[in-house]
Design a protein around this ligand. Structure first.
Ligand code: SAM
Length: 189
């Protein structure tokens, strides 16, 4: 793990691979498709028996993701939804893994970015849908809005009932440039 975007993504992907690769009938969600790298990763984890649903508010992100998946997969195990993830429960009824990679689409309009209230609404609606061994992986960038979204997420997750859920918080403690931080939510077994 490092504070560079790509290394954080690899770290999350490795954690997910270790727990879920090779399992059948997985329901996976990418809550922020962006360029589609996380969605493609989840499609590979899901394989032919599983299914991935990807969300993004920007049609450009949905198009980029669609192009990437079409060019990389020889099967279709996904659907892409051009909607805000705060409405995720309209589309999802069961969840094994969800990735939130927050912030804005790199090299695009930085004004279109995730927001603390809608991100918390999305996480809140996904938590009851978590299957046994299901997890939500959130990468939050303090620098994108001077910490407003990060603070809302952190406070919300800290308030979850500790007999029902475990929340893990991973952060680099020896760097000074506010590197992204990771939260992982799971149901207590
Ligand atoms: N997972 C992406 C990848 O692999 O390239 C990177 C995601 S990028 C850091 C964040 C994305 O979140 C942007 O594409 C942005 O449009 C999207 N976004 C912002 N607000 C959103 C919302 N309320 N619902 C869904 N997506 C949102």
């Amino acid at each position: 793990i490092d504070d560079k975007y790509g290394k954080i993504v690899c770290f999350i992907h490795n954690l997910i691979k270790m727990s879920y690769m090779g399992k059948d009938n997985l329901n996976l969600v990418d809550a922020t498709c962006g360029n589609g790298f996380d969605t493609l990763f989840l499609c590979n984890v899901a394989g032919k028996t599983g299914h991935v649903t990807g969300f993004d508010v920007q049609s450009e992100a949905i198009e980029r993701t669609n192009d990437l998946l079409k060019g990389s997969l020889d099967y279709i195990n996904y659907r892409l939804i051009n909607d805000s993830h705060e409405f995720i429960s309209k589309y999802i009824s069961s969840l094994d893994v969800c990735i939130f990679n927050l912030g804005y689409l790199p090299q695009f309009d930085k004004k279109i970015k995730t927001d603390g209230d809608t991100t918390v609404a999305a996480i809140n609606s996904l938590i009851p849908l978590l299957n046994k061994n299901g997890r939500i992986y959130i990468t939050a960038y303090i620098t994108h809005d001077t910490g407003e979204e990060y603070t809302k997420i952190s406070e919300f997750l800290a308030s979850l009932n500790n007999s029902e859920y475990n929340v893990l918080h991973i952060r680099l403690i020896n760097k000074s440039n506010n590197p992204p931080e990771i939260f992982i939510v799971e149901k207590n077994a």
